[in-house]
Design a binder for this molecule. Sequence first.
Ligand SMILES: Nc1nc2c(ncn2[C@@H]2O[C@H](COP(=O)(O)OP(=O)(O)OP(=O)(O)O)[C@@H](O)[C@H]2O)c(=O)[nH]1
Ligand SMILES: [Mg+2]
Length: 442
Amino acid sequence: MSDTTDTIAAIATASGKGAIGIVKISGARSLEIASLVTRQLLKPRQARYTPFFDSADVVIDHGIALYFSGPDSYTGEDVLELQSHGNHVLLDQLLKVATDAGARIARPGEFTERAFLNDKMDLAQAEAVSDLIQASTQEAASAAVRSLQGEFSAQIAVILEELVNCRVYMESALDFAEEEIDFLKDSELANRFTALNDLVSHLLQRSHEGALLRDGISMVIAGLPNVGKSSLLNRLTGQDTAIVTDIAGTTRDVLKEEINIDGLPIHIIDTAGLRQSDDPIEQEGVRRAHDQLSQADRILFVVEAGRQPEPSLLNELPANIPMSLVFNKSDLHPEVIGNREGILVSASTGEGFDQLRNHIKQCAGFEKTAEGALMARRRHIDALTRAQSHIKIAHQHLLETAAGELSAEELRLAQEQLNQITGEFTSDDLLGEIFSRFCIGK
Ligand SMILES: Nc1nc2c(ncn2[C@@H]2O[C@H](COP(=O)(O)OP(=O)(O)OP(=O)(O)O)[C@@H](O)[C@H]2O)c(=O)[nH]1
Ligand SMILES: [Mg+2]
């Protein structure tokens, strides 16, 4: 973990030219650096328009200096923000004044890590800061804001409180050994277990949607040559990205595009038509197609309307990856013939695409809960899932053997899992990994 006694500094704005650029400084030397740069004593929380000096007394720029005295700041420490014009030469000069005065360059995420260590936010909120910066759709940004405001953590707190109540109830039962069995078998406890389980399920659903908004899903379009895979990609993206011709074997390279359906990011991948070929370039295209197929979250397998997929070709697809059948060219064959069901579309006319988009959302488990998605990560979902299975085992112990102690122990384990989400008990390694993925200056 970092040395939290250092004063840290970083350029907080994105690289490149812009109207303004910001250097951020946090730590005990902030006020001293403020005096060096501005030659004035700044008052907390008062924006001061001032010249910025370098160490040789030369004016570098004029800008706004803002000082926050700890603990009322983002990091909980003394913080200085220097807003200059958005030119990296200027910003580097300002940064140099700070480092000459004893600050060191901050690591990625170090400001937010300090905010976490100083109890300004919990770990789930800190992660939401990074997710908000990375959000690629409005829905993802809203989910991140909800988590940043603490909605996710508040839900965890509700579950934790109920877990603790159950434990207290059970442990008081264990203290009165003769009455234990009656206590443990009463319906109140059973109801509480069911309610706990429902709370976790609901939070899991909202988190699952948040994770989808953050990471999206990858969908590989595959099928025989000429069935209209590239036309399908173009219709979904609304752009003429892929070359379309009536020559079978047009596409060889793997083509990746990004769309979003109601905020759900979809990475769509067009591939070469699957067939045996003597052409080494096409062979390589087919090999790459199989490569992509093995990594997909879902396969869109395209077949010409009026036909059925060849079983031998379907057998070549990776068995562990879900597949949706799409019958294309409905303008030529308006009906699905045969026993396998699929979605009927026409990449030429756009018919059936609303249905296809809905199908994709549904398959991803993206249903939009009433309160909205909460930004969550894989590790949150894993911890919630583990907590839920401990709760289920705890319930089983009660139902099947009235084993109060074992049951209480499972609840304790569930509690541990939830505490990991908010960072109550989290290893330094995990913290290091989480914050290292932040951008510099945040
Ligand atoms: N009538 C009709 N023609 C279509 C439709 N979709 C694609 N086509 C035509 O089918 C031919 C092949 O389309 P592509 O999109 O290149 O097919 P592909 O599956 O990518 O082909 P390869 O890259 O060779 O594997 C082109 O002539 C398209 O214009 C459709 O919905 N209706
Ligand atoms: Mg193609």
